[in-house]
Design a protein. Structure first.
Ligand SMILES: *Cc1c(COP(=O)(O)O)cnc(C)c1O
Length: 352
């Protein structure tokens, strides 16, 4: 077995760096349920400032962050419009239904991207038989969409339409940092069309734990109460907030490296018969791949790569996902690309 694993399964596998651990060690703390943790307060102010919102709230996970926002925006019996492959609907254990009594109306996007024309006509009329359409939730970058960046003009058109009809807009921005670094468009511009925004520190930014939500002061006050209800009120959480603050300072601009490494892997995949990039263009740090059955299953290809020290995620029978992050160096990316080029085609010769 290889001594050095290259773990491309997820950008959540990163470990806190020595600098981050030192920041955590040195963190000033207090009881955050009393609002007395100075490091948490500093993080919340920083996030609100970066996203151009009045206030922000530190929460344990991205799932809790999204679900608190949904709960705060809705009443039981409301409906949310979202893209069919989005995280909020598919990968949060039925949160909108379980935690808020909200139904999801899913609309098929192009790798996660919706056009306002697909939403027009989807608002239910006021009628005793019908759910009440209340919320539009978008995701940027889009995970299942292959790390795609939601074009700003499409977001703005959707927000104009939604707000014009009295709906509220939520953004699942788990990887909004990646969208900002890849485009040069500041976070506050990406966040402006939304009433609430959720961001994660534990993905590409490399913090061990934590997400934040942001919005108006009144909205965040309501979210604070729901955070307590959902069991997310934390005490001396400054230790964790210090990691997130450190990540904001040191690990945002370097996401450009992850994007470069992802393109390197994408080139190797594009050159390998039997593997197909889907979407064909890799915009950020996620690479989704369809495996031709002639080559085998996704698990077969994953096993071949694993034998050479490379771990990848197999979300479907013929689907692979690779993800670059803080703990994947340029040398790792080159070695992984080289292994894909050499070993994946060999699989066919061995199997055939
Ligand atoms: C990871 C992720 C989340 C939240 O995940 P947690 O594991 O709960 O922190 C939300 N949205 C997207 C798009 C994600 O990739």
């Amino acid at each position: 077995m290889p001594e050095h694993w290259i773990d491309l399964r997820s950008d959540t596998v990163t470990r806190p760096t020595p600098g981050m651990r030192a920041a955590m060690q040195a963190a000033e703390v207090g009881d955050d349920v009393f609002g007395e943790d100075p490091t948490v307060n500093r993080l919340q102010e920083r996030v609100a400032e970066l996203l151009g919102k009045e206030a922000a709230l530190f929460v344990p996970s991205g799932t809790m962050s999204n679900q608190i926002c949904i709960r705060a925006h809705t009443q039981p019996g409301d409906e949310m419009l979202c893209e069919a492959t989005c995280h909020v609907y598919n990968y949060e254990a039925g949160g909108p239904a379980v935690l808020s009594g909200v139904t999801c109306r899913c609309i098929e996007g192009d790798h996660g991207i919706l056009d306002v024309s697909q939403l027009e006509g989807k608002i239910r009329p006021i009628n005793d038989h019908l759910v009440r359409t209340r919320l539009v939730s978008l995701e940027n970058t889009h995970n299942r969409g292959g790390g795609r960046i939601f074009p700003l003009e499409k977001i703005e058109a959707i927000a104009d339409w939604a707000h014009g009809h009295g709906l509220v807009m939520h953004l699942d921005g788990a990887r909004l940092w990646n969208a900002s670094v890849a485009t040069g468009i500041p976070l506050n511009v990406w966040a402006r069309p939304f009433d609430s925004v959720s961001v994660c520190f534990s993905k590409g930014l490399g913090a061990p734990v934590g997400s934040a939500l942001a919005g108006s002061r009144e909205f965040v006050t309501r979210c604070r109460r729901i955070r307590k209800l959902f069991g997310g009120g934390m005490r001396q959480a400054g230790v964790l907030a210090a990691a997130a603050l450190y990540a904001l300072e040191h690990h945002v601009t370097r996401l450009a490296d992850d994007h470069r490494h992802a393109r390197l892997l994408a080139e190797a995949i594009a050159d390998t018969p039997g593997l197909r990039l889907d979407p064909p263009r890799v915009e950020t740090n996620l690479i989704w791949i369809e495996v031709d059955p002639e080559l085998g299953t996704a698990r077969d290809v994953a096993a071949t790569l694993k034998a050479h020290g490379i771990l990848v995620h197999t979300p479907g029978p013929q689907t692979l996902r690779m993800c670059t992050h803080l703990d994947v160096t340029a040398a790792d990316a080159e070695r992984a690309a080289d292994t894909i080029r050499r070993q994946v085609p060999r699989r066919v010769r061995v199997a055939g």
